[in-house]
Ligand binder design. Sequence first.
Ligand SMILES: Nc1ncnc2c1ncn2[C@@H]1O[C@H](COP(=O)(O)OP(=O)(O)OP(=O)(O)O)[C@@H](O)[C@H]1O
Length: 551
Amino acid sequence: MSENEEDLPREQSDSTKKKKKKKEKQSAKKKKKNGEKGEEEKCKEEEEEEVKEEEKNSEGVLLRGIFKVGKKSHDVLLTRTRLTWIPIIPENPTDETSVPQPGVLLLQDVYAVKVKRRRAAGQQSGGAVLGVALFCCKRRGRRLEGDTLHLHNASTEHTHIWYNTLKELITGPSTRPRYLKVFINPCSHKKDAVHIYREHVAPLFKMADVRTDITVTEKKGHALSVMKECKLDGYDGVVCVGGDGSVAELCHALVFRAQLDAGSPEKPVTAVLPLGIIPAGSTDVVSCSVHGVRDPVTAALHIVLGHLQQVDMCSFSSLGQLVHFGFSAMFGFGGQCLARAEKKRWMSSTRRREYALVKTLARLRPEDCQLSFLPAKKTNRDKDSGSVDAEVEESWTTNQGLYLSISIMSVPCLSPHTPRGLAPNTSLTNGSAALIAVGNTSRSEFIKHLKRYGSSSGQFSFSFVETHDVSAVRIRPRSLVGWPEEEESEEEGESKTSPIIQSEASAFTLNIDGELVEIANEVLIRVHPRLITLYGEEVDEAESTVSCSCI
Ligand SMILES: Nc1ncnc2c1ncn2[C@@H]1O[C@H](COP(=O)(O)OP(=O)(O)OP(=O)(O)O)[C@@H](O)[C@H]1O
């Protein structure tokens, strides 16, 4: 039933003719110019090549046939990039107004194609051919949802021609993965990462013929140790099913592994494999920043369709030693909150977060530290030379003082709690990070600042808040502050009289991507443009599904 080019609509044949005429004209002009016979032949050959290339790349119809879509017969056309179906409406001399509306499906949105067969209940194979089914994604806001287009035609031959052509078109050379290394953290958030994977992700991978090698992690650091040693050759990507802590471990592992493989202990090396994130945590900031929603189906569809997004990362080092790679760090309030929350692991994640927030606000105290930063422009200019010279060193800005909170973020850190992100002024690939330094102020002013993260804007319009676009930051706490053991007692009154203890310790904790990391003396944070590739896309705002009522 498929037809050849002669049967194409008149409009299309006309356009092809026009193109050929134009080519002939160009050819004549060139011939005149070149003059010599040998060159004429060469020119002709070149032009023929050009015409062939143009025809190959053009929206030429590869297949055309009749299928039933729904209950109506349709004229279906397939090109390299799209499938179009136009209802076949019998001519009606009295009705001049009805113009058939075509349906269009872009092949970039199709992740699987299957032959449909009539089968009895329990029948595993065989069965009469019914047509082809195309499994695709459709967008609903930032969400990607699975959808199916059924093309019905009982001819086995016809169906197989269409199936084979479609299959070839969707599995040709592309960024779509064929084999993935999957890590699942069974302890994330509500301990349902395995269920989320089995229920929402595995069926999509199976449908898209993506093979997987799964590791269910047994403890913290398990994914890192597997990634340090496993053979990466066969994999097209790595997938993390878990919360921000698991994501941080795998991002660090991917860059660290690239560094090991390149034998470059000093300089960060771009991760070889992309990372897919299936959100199964309580906040899922990184996942939200590349998907716009916390939704395992959206995440899985970005993976099977091979949507790749390069992302800037930071290296965190202390006294010349690399400590971690990550996307964000919080010192002061953000670090204190996490430290309190981690001590109450037995609470549900929402309660734990609210408890830590309220308690840390009640005991709000500034950190006395030296904060230095390198504005983004300067380092971008010098980054090609790969060295930090004296001129750059001189351009560091240094402030000493009391800070309630210091945050450095190389990604916007979107989440359902902060739809525009904790750092709305940075993007995934701008090669710099946002430095948000909140100086000492009253509790009520600080709460006002925090509350504005949840609304649309204004969180930085306070005299005590400064923001900078940076490529490096150094934090040196002057006095390292510790908390007395009894501070964690539930009696609020106690805290008012508790003195701030000046600790003699030479280490402090930083909240790096939701994980507490111990740092000796000082931390140097450097931004590395496009160090990792994640499955997803740039989004400017996350879907807001929750609101925090505790402050
Ligand atoms: N089997 C395991 N048991 C305990 N911890 C694990 C296990 N597997 C991985 N981990 C570690 O658990 C830490 C937290 O994981 P994850 O972030 O996925 O969960 P979460 O903390 O509940 O989520 P969120 O950060 O969104 O609140 C990570 O550092 C990870 O390395």
